[in-house]
Design a protein around this ligand. Structure first.
Ligand code: FAD
Length: 292
């Protein structure tokens, strides 16, 4: 049963931050509520003060930066909006593709990208993708603003680098170069994914110039598979050792036994999903170059 709480409706990020500082651990930011209200209903947490950030204008905006080099996503954009946004589809189609696979229709309609990242539930599709992508997160408080690489944001299970008075105000996604393509693979038996893999390959003259590979949902935080990335650099995109990269990513991942599956099974999934994601990313990158 939900215990009584007071809802605050700030009109600006500064007001929201002041409320968070004032109420400390008694307050929580309320966005879509799909995680927050669930844990409060189950009695796992109680916050006498909820700071509803949906009353702050502009936090749901999705736009290209004025320089045209990055996609700027407001934290209140829902999964549903991100999946359908013409701007996202045009400038970051892989992101729209991944968003369309998050949760079920009901959760996608209410749940926000900001809530997903800030809750830091380990089985997250966007957290894995944003790590591979090299996204930056903007955190704002009443008197300061800082930019944090996605890689430094998630610290552990349900734990982030966000300070109690900070609000995630923007997600910055650099646009991929013309000869970069990506692919995403996930496997689920429950509602949330058991293993997630994002791969981005930059291909020039048929050779892999850069590889970015992230593995998530198998352990507490998503990780970069750096050894696999290094192996692929300089290899021909059409005959690269993708299955060896899959092996390396599986060894680098730090899976845990849980209700979703055993660590060994998850390691096997990482091997398979990584190989598949890399093969598809290479096909897309070579296709893009040929079309271009
Ligand atoms: C049944 C179910 C299935 C799901 N399946 C998937 C899945 O397949 N893949 C996947 O990736 N996710 C999945 N999820 C997670 C889902 O994506 C999140 O529940 C949703 O995005 C959370 O957003 P929200 O706006 O509802 O967050 P809320 O519940 O409002 O907030 C969540 C947390 O984030 C904090 N917060 C919210 N916004 C901000 C902000 N801007 N700044 C700072 N802190 C903030 C809140 O204080 C709270 O602690 C699933 C969830 C459910 C319930």
């Amino acid at each position: 049963m939900l215990r009584p709480f007071e809802i605050h409706e700030p009109g600006t990020v500064e007001e929201a931050s002041v409320l968070l500082a004032q109420f400390g651990f008694d307050a929580a930011i309320y966005a879509g509520g799909t995680e927050l209200l669930l844990i409060m209903k189950e009695g796992l947490a109680h916050f006498p003060h909820l700071v509803n950030i949906k009353t702050i204008p502009g936090l749901d905006e999705i736009a290209l930066s004025t320089e045209g080099d990055e996609l700027q996503i407001g934290p209140l954009a829902t999964h549903w909006e991100l999946e359908r946004s013409p701007t996202v589809k045009k400038h970051a189609p892989l992101f729209a593709e991944v968003e369309s696979q998050v949760a079920n229709t009901r959760v996608r309609a209410m749940g926000t990208i900001g809530g997903n990242l800030c809750f830091a539930e380990p089985h997250s599709d966007p957290a894995t993708l944003l790590l591979a992508w090299g996204a930056t997160l903007e955190l704002s408080s009443a008197d300061a603003q800082r930019q944090l690489p996605a890689a430094d944001f998630t610290l552990g299970m349900f734990e982030t680098a966000r300070q109690p008075d900070e609000i995630l105000t923007r997600i910055r996604l650099p646009l991929l170069s013309e000869n970069t393509a990506g692919a995403y693979r996930k496997f689920s038996t429950h509602e949330r994914p058991m293993a997630t893999v994002a791969a981005l390959l930059e291909v020039k003259d048929g050779m892999i110039e850069h590889a970015r590979l992230a593995v998530g949902s198998v352990g507490p935080v998503p990780i970069r598979a750096s050894e696999a990335e290094g192996l692929l650099r300089g290899q021909g995109a059409e005959e690269a050792a993708f299955s060896t990269a899959g092996e390396l990513a599986a060894s680098a991942s730090d899976p845990i036994d849980d209700l979703h599956g055993s660590a060994e099974y998850k390691r096997h999934l990482v091997r398979v999903l990584t190989t598949q994601a890399l093969e598809q990313a290479a096909k897309r990158a070579v296709g893009a170059v040929n079309e271009g």
